[in-house]
Design a protein around this ligand. Structure first.
Ligand SMILES: [Fe+2]
Ligand SMILES: [Fe+2]
Length: 257
């Protein structure tokens, strides 16, 4: 049986949340999406609150993944400890609350979702994501594994894609907020894209007000980030899988305005 997985790029601010609430249910219907994973780490611009995670679920996310802004809001600690559908990077230290992997029962069988974070330029004291993901995948034989690799460097993300080729059904990158043009099915049957892009204001610098971002580049002292306004886009990728084998048969990058 063919199943359709949607992976949605970092949702940015209130505008991004509102756009997701309009665009995701419509796309789920029009493209027959069976399971959607949404990166929510910027729903509060820098970080996310429990209430915003609930909003993401209401808009149609089955699982919410995070990244380097996981701990910005302290109320996320308790929430992560009890939530099974919100994942933080699996390679955070073991004393961190929450989990980086979840297995979800669907009519196609179990789906395993892994969230991991790269180390290049991301200032976090994390374990080696390749070693951590490798051991998670080896733990249990599950046909369908989806990986959100939250990382800065294209090299780190590509290497993760090939590292999991034939072992994961789809691997996608998040964090850089700019959609890459390399959405593809790797020879081993793994859907892959280096970065999904983002869900938020189209005319912005990664979701942030343009003037503020230019000012920062010019040397302005640091300020609290202001989200940009205006029209939004939802950037995502659709992976079609054979549910019996977990093999990806098609991969398509999408932008919904
Ligand atoms: Fe990030
Ligand atoms: Fe982000």
């Amino acid at each position: 049986m063919l199943m359709r997985i949607l992976a949605v790029g970092d949702v940015c601010g209130k505008a991004g949340l509102d756009h997701l609430a309009r665009a995701l249910p419509a796309l789920r219907r029009s493209r027959g999406i069976d399971f959607a994973v949404v990166n929510g780490e910027n729903a509060n611009v820098v970080g996310v609150t429990p209430a915003q995670c609930e909003e993401l679920f209401k808009s149609g996310a089955d699982v919410v993944t995070l990244g380097n802004h996981t701990w910005t809001r302290t109320e996320m600690r308790d929430y992560l400890a009890r939530s099974t559908r919100v994942l933080r990077p699996a390679n955070y230290a073991p004393q961190c609350p929450g989990q980086g992997v979840g297995v979800y029962e669907t009519r196609f069988g179990p789906i395993r979702v892994i969230n991991a974070m790269g180390r290049f330029t991301l200032d976090a004291n994390t374990d080696n994501p390749f070693v951590v993901v490798d051991s998670i995948v080896a733990e249990e034989d599950i046909k369908i594994t989806l990986v959100d690799f939250h990382a800065e460097a294209t090299s780190e993300k590509l290497a993760m894609g090939y590292f999991l080729e034939g072992r994961a059904s789809a691997v996608w990158g998040t964090h850089t907020h700019v959609q890459t043009s390399d959405c593809q099915v790797l020879e081993g049957g793994t859907g892959y894209i280096t970065d999904l892009g983002m869900t938020g204001p189209s005319r912005s610098v990664l979701g942030i007000e343009i003037e503020q971002s230019i000012g920062k580049m010019l040397g302005d002292p640091p300020r609290r980030y202001n989200p940009a306004g205006g029209k939004c886009k939802m950037e995502c990728a659709l992976f079609e899988l054979e549910s019996e084998t977990g093999r990806c048969v098609s991969a398509e990058a999408l932008r919904v305005e």
